[in-house]
Design a protein around this ligand. Structure first.
Ligand SMILES: [Ca+2]
Ligand SMILES: [Ca+2]
Length: 587
């Protein structure tokens, strides 16, 4: 009797104070820096009236109010029509764990305020790559409950008829082990590896001290090489095997003819092939290997000869590209000429002009040979596009700007124009962000919500970090942080898009091991592709209820168009989280 009375009283208190959990309070579910901007977004139905009320920050037991603030005026969401208000508690700087309560609505997930609050995100997202390693067992010592046997030794890979060359006729077998599984499946794609490895190496080049400061508990932890670079090496060593040593051309991908079922990697044992050399794969390879040559030069003692091998491979790839500029990969066309037909991710890209720029600039900065700079044929009047697997021009621009003081006079002169363009691009990104329903750079346009939109958010963040690096203007960083907030919960889906992080992370990504391993929690540290306006049409997964692009995420493994994982989405998150951590005192 007494117990039920207490329960009744508690319930009444909850109702009176409006203090039950409300998922309409959207915030970074991982946390906030004491001295940085701290914003939660309160979302209301379309047409709801929004009085400018108060909000409170209180201790998790609801007993002590530590901060009271006023909600902002209403912001209209241009995409969904919903109305939101901001609860800005930046003025509160006390370390600790709190909840944010809005009278009449409820309270948020726990709010953590402390320095280094995203360090675990940076480490976890990098560790996500370890879980994707091909050709090796993941023992419990490193993988915890996601331990699994080795999959795909890839020591017996066939040359596909599309990929034959004089030295490698049909039926030739090559060894091409290691690399990372990608795109939720078990194949290895050079084009996607290009931007992924380029982004991770750029993190090292931009923030070497921070990159050296964290371990990810992998077999190489404790050796003489930072774990970030050890992880990169797992894929780089595979990439090196994808170059035909006879002519320097690079195979587009290593793949089964068709996708595996939702089984563990060691149960997927179909024949594997390397497929046709392509111009985009070869140029991406040249860019990444040129960059790797710079980075690993500092580790010549631990990795003797690697830097030189990378440089030789890059130059050789460039020469092949010069001789084969029209080798565009077209999967359907290839399938009409060769068997077996290949239906896995095609990564087709008919415009290699940006790949030329990226490869040329990386080779230029590494070799200081003006011929590469000239070959980049930089035009300073074109519209810039955010990096993605098929648009890599900015990766070259970032590199030229980064090394502006170490290149020849020719490149130095060009770098001034490139810097101006990069800053104009960054200014464009932040323009009008404060008026947005979530106050994030991500989502100003419904066009941001494409397949893999999480990488749009992360790459916007990187572009802003680049602008900070060029200007030391903290404004750029503060806007970059809004997109990290977005990825970790301050968004229209209400999810943290990173598995294993936040109070409501996605649980069912399109990721074969996470589906097949019988463990409730998905493999941690994987970034979901995120909301995608066209996802229901693209994957036809039943169960979508959202009606607007910014909410169009289905936390179901069949939703590969909104909830897939991919290495080229994880990499920019690693960069963004690590950069924000490295610069947290500048926010
Ligand atoms: Ca290490
Ligand atoms: Ca392209």
């Amino acid at each position: 009797m007494r117990v039920s009375l207490i329960i009744l009283l508690l319930l009444a208190t909850k109702l009176v104070n409006g203090q039950s959990l409300s998922t309409n309070i959207r915030l970074n579910q991982v946390g906030f820096y004491p001295n940085a901007v701290k914003v939660a977004v309160i979302v209301h139905d379309a047409g709801a009236s929004t009085a400018p009320g108060k909000f409170q920050l209180m201790t998790p037991d609801h007993k002590k109010v530590v901060f009271t603030g006023t909600l902002s005026g209403p912001k209209q969401n241009q995409i969904s029509g919903k109305v939101s208000q901001f609860a800005d508690f930046s003025a509160f700087k006390q370390k600790g764990t709190y909840i944010l309560a809005v009278p009449g609505l409820g309270h948020s997930y726990p709010v953590e305020i402390r320095p280094d609050v995203h360090r675990a995100v940076a480490i976890g997202a990098l560790k996500g790559f370890y879980y994707q390693r091909v050709s090796t067992e993941l023992p419990a010592r490193y993988a915890g409950k996601w331990a699994r046997p080795a999959g795909h030794p890839d020591t017996r890979v066939l040359i596909h008829p599309s990929a034959v060359s004089p030295g490698r006729p049909v039926g030739t077998v090559i060894s091409s082990p290691r690399g990372w599984y990608d795109a939720g499946d078990y194949n290895k794609y050079i084009v996607n590896s290009g931007i992924t490895v380029g982004t991770l190496l750029s993190l090292y080049e931009d923030f070497p001290a921070y990159a050296k400061s964290f371990d990810t508990n992998i077999p190489e932890t404790g050796n003489a090489v930072p774990d970030l670079l050890d992880e990169v090496l797992w894929n780089l060593r595979w990439m090196l095997t994808m170059q035909d040593p006879a002519d320097g051309g690079v195979y587009h991908k290593l793949t089964n003819p068709s996708f595996d079922g939702m089984v563990m990697p060691d149960k997927a044992t179909k024949d594997r092939y390397v497929i046709q050399k392509s111009i985009t794969a070869t140029l991406d390879f040249a860019a990444v290997l040129a960059q790797a040559s710079r980075v690993f030069k500092q580790y010549n003692k631990a990795l003797p000869g690697l830097s030189d091998s990378c440089r030789t491979a890059a130059v050789k790839a460039w020469k092949w590209a010069e001789q084969n500029p029209n080798a565009v990969y077209r999967q359907n066309e290839m399938n009409t000429q060769f068997d077996p037909d290949v239906v896995t991710g095609s990564y087709e890209d008919r415009d290699a002009s940006d790949e030329w720029v990226w490869a040329a600039l990386e080779l230029y900065v590494t070799t200081k040979d003006d011929a590469y700079y000239t070959a980049a044929k930089l035009k300073f009047d074109e519209k810039l596009s955010l990096p993605s697997w098929n648009q890599v021009r900015l990766l070259g621009y970032y590199t030229l700007a980064r090394f502006a003081n170490e290149v020849t006079p020719l490149g130095k002169q060009g770098s001034e124009s490139v810097k101006k363009q990069l800053l104009a691009f960054a200014d464009d990104l932040i323009q009008g962000t404060d008026q947005q329903a979530y106050g994030t750079v991500m989502g100003k346009s419904a066009r941001d919500y494409i397949w893999g939109s999480s990488a749009v958010a992360a790459n916007q963040g990187i572009a802003l970090v680049q602008a900070y690096n060029l200007t030391k203007d903290g404004r750029y960083l503060r806007f970059a942080l809004t997109n990290l907030d977005y990825l970790l919960g301050r968004n229209a889906t209400g999810y943290s898009l990173l598995t294993g992080f936040g109070d409501k992370p996605v649980m069912n990504p399109h990721h074969r091991p996470s589906v097949a391993d019988g463990i409730t929690e998905p493999v941690p540290g994987l970034l979901s592709g995120g909301p995608n306006g066209n996802a229901p049409k693209q994957d036809k997964c039943p169960g979508y209820t959202a009606t607007s692009a910014d909410e169009m995420l289905l936390d179901d493994s069949c939703s590969y168009a909104s909830n897939e994982i991919a290495i080229n989405w994880n990499a920019p998150l690693v960069y963004l989280a690590a950069a924000i951590e490295a610069l947290q005192t500048k926010l």
